[in-house]
Design a protein around this ligand. Structure first.
Ligand SMILES: N[C@@H](CCC(=O)N[C@@H](CS)C(=O)NCC(=O)O)C(=O)O
Length: 223
């Protein structure tokens, strides 16, 4: 069945990584895949646009179904392959409620992270303001404190002891924070979460290849 799936992806992109982790968790190795280069603008190629008119990655096709949103693809795979590989939606109402809550809350964390990390790429030099950077820093710091609090209250994974869909969707963003220099000492619960999951087979097998060959950055080291 995995032979009927195609993933166009970019290295280091959290949304792409989510689908890769999901495919591993569901034992769907052997899918067709193509690693594209953002710097060469390969995500704007006709091949991608045919699957994703926004020219963004991931672009994922499963049989006749195109799923360009990482959340949509992960939910679809969990539902279609419920009994294959790891079950990622817990039955217990407590764990399920926490899983849904955290997986959607991370969209806010992701936005605040990108507001700061991508500021210089997005905003032309003459329009940049130190005060805007400072505001972005403060917003991200406040958000990270919330996540520290959440992770201090759980055992290992976001919704309890079991690895769930929330971890598939959130872990790549947390890894991205550390890739951009988040300080483990100032954010010990996030660091513990990152360390405890980074060697999970589905995550290790899909670690962004460009992160292995290029040095980490220090954009977030002062927050
Ligand atoms: N909502 C999408 C987000 C996809 C997305 O933002 N992809 C980024 C890479 S992380 C991209 O392709 N950016 C290039 C662009 O927008 O031109 C998802 O979660 O799948």
């Amino acid at each position: 069945m995995a032979k009927d799936m195609t993933l166009l992806w970019g290295s280091g992109s959290p949304p792409c990584w989510r689908i890769q982790i999901m495919l591993e968790e569901k034992q769907l190795q052997g899918y067709n895949q193509k690693l594209l280069n953002f710097y060469k603008k390969e995500h704007k190629s006709q091949e991608v646009l045919d699957m994703n008119p926004r020219g963004q990655l991931p672009a994922f096709k499963c049989g006749k179904h195109i799923l360009n949103e990482s959340y949509a693809a992960c939910f679809f795979l969990e539902n279609q392959y419920k009994s294959q590989g790891n079950k990622l939606i817990p039955d217990s109402p407590d764990a399920q409620a926490l899983m849904y809550q955290r997986m959607f809350e991370v969209l806010t964390l992701g936005q605040k992270m990108l507001d700061l990390i991508t500021y210089n790429f997005r905003v032309p030099e003459e329009e940049r303001h130190d005060s805007a950077v400072q505001r972005n820093k403060e917003a991200l710091t406040a958000e990270l404190k919330l996540w520290e609090g959440y992770l201090n209250k759980t055992d290992c994974c976001l919704a309890g002891k079991e690895f769930t869909l929330a971890d598939v969707l959130v872990f790549p963003g947390v890894a991205y924070l550390f890739r951009f220099g988040l300080c483990s000492e100032r954010y010990p619960a996030l660091a513990k979460y990152y360390t405890s999951l980074k060697d999970r087979p589905s995550i290790k097998a899909t670690w962004p290849p460009t992160w292995q060959s290029t040095p980490a950055q220090d954009t977030l080291k002062t927050i």
